[in-house]
Every structure is written in C-alpha cells, then in structure tokens.
Write a protein that binds this ligand. Structure first.
Ligand SMILES: CC(C)(COP(=O)(O)OP(=O)(O)OC[C@H]1O[C@@H](n2cnc3c(N)ncnc32)[C@H](O)[C@@H]1OP(=O)(O)O)[C@@H](O)C(=O)NCCC(=O)NCCS
Length: 151
C-alpha cells in the first residue's frame, strides 16, 4: 500500500468511497464536481493492484490553518494503518506548505488522538471553517468533535 496524490481517473472511486459513508451521516457528502474542483487537495491510498483503499483531503482555510476532510478507508480494510498513513501524508503536506496547524471535525476522536491530535473547543474556530457546513443538515446542531495538531 502506498499514498499518492489523487489523479483525475480516481474521481469515481473517490466519489463512491466518500458516498458510502456520507449516506450513513459519518461525513459530508461530496459531489463529483466538488471532487474535480478540489482534486489537488486529495490523496489516495493504493494497494499493489492499484485499487483505492482510502482517501483524504487537505483544505487550506487560512494562512495558518488547514483542515482534513473526506477521510475514509474502504470498509473491510479498517485497522490496517491506512487511515493513519493518509493523515500522516496530509500533515506532512501541511508542513511542506508551511501551515502550522491542522484540524479535523470528526466523530472519530479516538482515531485522531492515535494520530497525535488533541481535542479543542469548536467555538474557538474561525468562521471560515463553517463555509462547508452551510450545506449540512446538522448545521444548527453540529455534534462533531474538533481536533487539532500543531505541525
Ligand atoms: C476512521 C478511519 C478513517 C480510521 O482508519 P483506519 O485505517 O481504520 O485506522 P488505522 O488502522 O490507521 O488506525 C490507527 C490507530 O487508530 C486506532 N483507531 C482506528 N479507528 C479508531 C476508532 N474509531 N476509535 C479509536 N481508535 C481507532 C487504531 O486501533 C490504531 O491504533 P494503534 O496505533 O494503537 O494501532 C476509518 O475507520 C473510516 O474510514 N471510518 C469511516 C469514515 C469516517 O468516519 N471518517 C472520519 C471522518 S473525519
């Protein structure tokens, strides 16, 4: 398994993988168009036969802040280190870009803690973060946990 940047040919696999969990309400839905427009933000985990096992994206929110979004691992491939490898790749990307702080809004706080993140007060986050949340049915009632890592 290795991590690489997403390519345009990966779009359908990325879309299907995110959708699988989005329909269960575990993360925000992404349209194919949104994946095209943000393709440069996406990384994928690929196995030896080039099958996509996981996906995640890093979105720059501000001069000193980036967010991990759309992190999913193929059902059946959980707990094999794929999620952590994707998070590590995104954190490394933030470091290369000179962005000191990476956040995630998640229900998987235990997983992010294993990746070195700590819980923070959601209310302290800048309004820029809530842009995507406008499309979420839980907007007024968000129960996701805010996590951050300083890189
Ligand atoms: C959350 C998710 C990305 C984790 O990926 P994964 O490949 O299964 O995780 P890893 O194997 O890399 O796990 C790394 C560590 O976190 C732990 N871990 C994984 N999932 C966990 C969870 N839900 N709760 C607590 N710990 C967890 C692992 O046991 C491992 O610990 P270790 O270092 O002691 O061995 C994956 O389960 C998933 O796709 N979930 C559904 C979609 C989702 O909720 N995405 C998050 C949106 S922010």
């Amino acid at each position: 398994m290795h991590i690489r940047r997403a390519l345009i040919v990966d779009t359908e696999s990325v879309y299907e993988l995110i959708d699988m969990y989005a329909v269960q309400g575990q993360l925000l839905h992404r349209t194919r168009q949104s994946i095209y427009e943000h393709l440069q933000c996406f990384y994928v985990a690929v196995d030896d036969v080039k099958r996509i096992m996981g996906v995640a994206s890093l979105h720059i929110l501000d001069r000193d802040l980036a967010e991990i979004r759309s992190l999913v691992v193929l059902p059946g491939m959980a707990l094999k280190g794929i999620g952590r490898a994707l998070v590590d790749a995104l954190v490394k990307e933030a470091t290369i870009l000179g962005i000191p702080r990476v956040i995630a809004l998640t229900y998987q706080d235990g997983f992010f803690e294993k990746c070195g993140f700590v819980k923070i007060n959601k209310e302290t986050l800048s309004q820029k973060i809530w842009k995507d949340c406008l499309h979420c049915s839980k907007y007024n009632n968000c129960d996701e946990i805010a996590m951050q890592i300083m890189v």
